[in-house]
Design a protein around this ligand. Structure first.
Ligand code: FMN
Length: 527
């Protein structure tokens, strides 16, 4: 009997003959508003100046252990949000205009909403205005003791924003986006010399109660948000807050303190029951066993190559400049050292991997087209090399597994056509230096942890994608996440059968070709 998550996963695969179920067209009349507002909630405009701490940090500094942390004040919280979830640009063409953000999103639909718990208040972040909306209040003394000077960031998803375009497969994209947002926040915390770690004890229901998204009375007819995760952000050690119990803080909520009513995002909806069902089945139950320990994040960064000292671009600049490439120049190749450096960043221990407390479950299957000194072909990059025997046994017996630097060459051959075809016939997958599929240890992860771990696998993929986006940007090239790929044909190419391993996300990196028809304006008029 498949679990609900496995059932959903199977049902939302793209096949050569048939895409996952969706409306099949875009109903522009019901296009969801990408910006949530809480009408009637007091609004706090955030400071606009860049942080003095963040400005001089070279890109490589994002991955190094923090030192000289910024003081946690409203201006530095503003910088954290601006450099993770704020607006990065406005694009326009022939009368239509849309915002882009520091974090990427499938279809630029931005299902992820963010909340900040700070100064005994619960706030919603409104990225369009770069403002906080005051939602709820906590007993001051309990908050001060519980938080010990840290803040919390909560992330949620509006599934409908993605489902409007992508139908049933949208739940996957919401989880990818959440993973990107976690990594974007982790890197912005690095800019300020802070740590960020997810809080493993908090169940979805507890996260919803803290953020106030479970309150029917504030929702009216507005689209509801599904709880995603809660993270601690701190200039110190996250361990103490990670160990604290949610109930103490939830008891400190002032019931009469809630303010604001959520805005309606769309004039009409299509119900996608498959999404409601998987969301229910994959709810995170939290940890209630008082004896259960918390796996603390590893603060060290022992395996990271040092950042290039002279030519390293500024970290803040790279973060704010991140953009998805829409086309690549297929004549350009990538330097080998740059390629290997990108992959090294995906090994655990350094940020953003210290934000999560689970072991590596996702590895890369690379379609290498044009990397200096490498024979084109399919390569494996194992983020945890101990997975090799298991993967090897699961994949085609004729694969070579020949060591090449940190990679394993599986098949030496031109794979531009295959990469393009498998990624829904998107040219960007074949025109780049390389593209890749993220292969997750699937069945065993769900069997061990339950269906909620389905979300976590996608988050891990989103984190990988965010690192690759920044690495590409820092190297002066471009990357793009690819959520559209033909699932089982990817598995067949690799000789995988069953559900032990599943490809959950693709990514491509290449020499970007700009779309010069678009006009670009800054994310905020004051910048
Ligand atoms: C999960 C995810 C899946 C995506 N899938 C595709 C894709 O299949 N094809 C594509 O061209 N872009 C894809 N993108 C890129 C988005 O279209 C892009 O992030 C969005 O338009 C916002 O632009 P920006 O990244 O430049 O801010 C994806 C992005 C994410 C985060």
């Amino acid at each position: 009997m498949p679990t609900p998550a496995l059932h959903y996963h199977e049902a939302t695969k793209h096949h050569f003959q048939r895409f996952a179920r969706s409306a099949g067209h875009l109903d522009w009349k019901t296009q969801p508003n990408p910006f949530r507002r809480y009408d009637g909630a007091p609004r706090l405009e955030l400071p606009r100046a860049a942080s003095e701490r963040a400005l001089p940090l070279p890109y490589g500094g994002l991955y190094e252990p923090p030192r000289d942390p910024a003081v946690l004040t409203l201006p530095s919280i503003a910088e954290l949000l601006r450099c993770s979830l704020g607006l990065s640009a406005w694009k326009s063409i022939r009368g239509s205009r849309w915002a882009l953000r520091v974090n990427p999103s499938s279809g630029n639909l931005h299902p992820t909403e963010a909340y900040v718990v700070w100064d005994a208040g619960v706030f919603h972040y409104a990225p369009d205005a770069h403002a906080l909306e005051y939602r709820g209040r906590l007993a001051r003394q309990t908050w001060d003791e519980w938080s010990g000077g840290a803040i919390l960031i909560g992330l949620t998803s509006v599934h409908w924003r993605e489902a409007w375009k992508y139908g049933e497969r949208a739940y996957r994209y919401c989880q990818h986006d959440l993973g990107h947002a976690i990594a974007a926040l982790r890197f912005a915390a690095s800019l300020l010399g802070w740590r960020l770690a997810l809080l493993p004890r908090w169940s979805d229901a507890e996260v919803a109660a803290l953020l106030g998204i479970d309150r029917d009375e504030d929702a009216g007819g507005a689209e509801r948000e599904a709880p995603g995760c809660l993270a601690v952000v701190t200039p110190g050690e996250p361990a103490a807050v990670m160990r604290r119990w949610p109930s103490t803080l939830l008891d400190a909520i002032t019931p009469a303190g809630w303010r604001g009513t959520a805005n309606t995002l769309s004039g009409g909806h299509v119900d996608w029951r498959a999404i409601d069902d998987v969301a229910r089945a994959a709810a995170y139950p939290g940890v209630h066993d008082v004896a259960a320990g918390v796996r603390l994040p590893d603060p060290g960064a022992p395996k990271m190559a040092p950042a290039p000292p002279v030519a390293s671009p500024g970290a803040r600049d790279v973060i704010l400049r991140r953009r998805s490439a829409v086309a690549f120049d297929p004549r350009v190749g990538l330097r080998l050292d740059t390629f290997l450096q990108m992959l090294t960043r995906l090994r655990p221990h350094a940020p953003p991997w210290d934000a999560v407390d689970w072991p590596v479950a996702v590895h890369l299957m690379l379609f290498v087209h044009r990397v200096e000194g490498l024979v084109p072909g399919i390569y494996a990059f194992l983020r945890d090399p101990s997975a090799e025997p298991e993967l090897r046994a699961a994949m085609r017996p004729e694969f070579l597994w020949e060591p090449v630097h940190d990679l394993r060459l599986l098949v030496p051959t031109d794979v531009t056509w295959a990469a393009n075809r498998l990624s829904c016939d998107q040219d960007i997958a074949g025109d780049g230096f390389f593209s890749l599929g993220m292969l997750a240890r699937f069945e065993a992860t769900l069997a061990q942890h339950g269906d909620w771990a389905y979300r976590r696998l996608f988050w891990e993929c989103g984190l990988i994608g965010q690192v690759l986006y920044l690495e590409a940007e820092a190297a002066g090239v471009g990357g793009t996440g690819i959520g559209c790929f033909y699932d089982d044909p990817v598995h067949e190419t690799l000789g995988l059968t069953g559900h032990a391993w599943q490809s959950l996300y693709h990514f491509t990196v290449g020499e970007p070709v700009e779309d010069t028809r678009l006009e670009t304006a800054p994310g905020y008029e004051w910048e």
